[in-house]
Write a protein that binds this ligand. Structure first.
Ligand SMILES: Nc1ncnc2c1ncn2[C@@H]1O[C@H](COP(=O)(O)OP(=O)(O)OP(=O)(O)O)[C@@H](O)[C@H]1O
Length: 261
């Protein structure tokens, strides 16, 4: 079954069509990847799924229900969380506090309750802290819980972003270039973490990634965009040897030389 169904999706910026009539079904509980050369429309595609951009045409359905024209925070509370290509953490807040920020949609006590320092609010905050700490353990960052987020290594900041996204208890997790800027060891750790999130937490994962080794290793299903259009979809084996995909990445000569990616 599709967790996310995309039908004839279009987004234009002035005269440029960044996403052009894309159809795709993301399978539930699996790892899917959206790949394509620079400027292919991947981020624009993500931004429509998360409500940052409203599509000009087409439909996006989360478990059968349209999320077009739904505001980003409502989309998060309906079960879609994401990380960003450029890390967006609160650098001067602690690592633990950053995870707690991701939880706010599930906290019931409002501003008034917080100001009055009600016992119920204190209990809720205590629970939130414990849950945030457990998430830090899950991504392997608990020893830095009280450090400033900005002091973490690049790879650790990326994992913190994932912990913050998990704090929203998503059913779908979108990862925008999670391995960007990571060293090989960090990339291997990230691969293991993404696999665990899918298998242990049952979350459907959708990633945009330029690291083809990671994409081919992790993905059950791949969507390939080029100039805003879907040029291929399938499993890693199909995609790696698809002439249209090779041409989009490496040019026509690579197809003639029978290169695979
Ligand atoms: N807000 C915007 N206004 C105008 N043009 C935009 C906007 N956002 C993206 N574009 C254009 O839309 C096209 C697709 O961009 P997008 O960022 O979605 O591609 P991408 O596949 O994510 O690229 P990359 O891999 O380099 O991040 C590009 O030509 C880009 O310049």
């Amino acid at each position: 079954m599709a967790v996310l169904k995309i039908t004839n999706l279009v987004k234009r910026f002035g005269g440029l069509t960044a996403v052009n009539g894309v159809n795709f079904e993301f399978p539930e509980g699996k790892i899917s990847a959206v790949i394509g050369p620079n400027g292919a429309g991947k981020t624009t595609f993500f931004n429509m799924i998360t409500g940052i951009y409203v599509p000009d045409e087409g439909q996006i359905e989360l478990k059968g229900k349209s999320i077009v024209n739904v505001k980003p925070d409502r989309i998060t509370s309906q079960g879609i969380a994401r990380t960003f290509q450029n890390i967006r953490l609160f650098g001067s807040m602690t690592v633990l506090e950053n995870v707690m920020v991701g939880m706010h949609i599930h906290l019931r006590s409002g501003v008034v309750g917080t100001l009055l320092n009600l016992p119920r609010v204190r209990r809720e905050e205590q629970r939130a802290k414990m849950e945030a700490y457990r998430l830090l353990e899950y991504v392997g960052l608990e020893q830095w819980y009280n450090e400033e987020a900005a002091s973490l290594s690049y790879g650790a900041q990326r994992r913190l972003e994932i912990a913050r996204a998990l704090a929203a208890k998503p059913s779908v997790l979108l990862l925008d270039e999670p391995a960007a800027g990571m060293n090989p060891r960090e990339t291997v750790e990230l691969t293991t973490l993404i696999r665990r999130i899918q298998q242990e937490l049952g979350i459907s994962i959708i990633l945009i990634e330029h690291d083809m080794k990671l994409v081919m290793e992790l993905s059950d299903h791949i969507l390939v965009l080029d100039h805003g259009e879907k040029i291929a979809e399938g499993g890693p084996g199909d995609i790696r040897s698809n002439p249209k995909v090779i041409e989009a990445y490496l040019g026509k000569s690579a197809v003639e030389e029978e290169v695979t990616i």
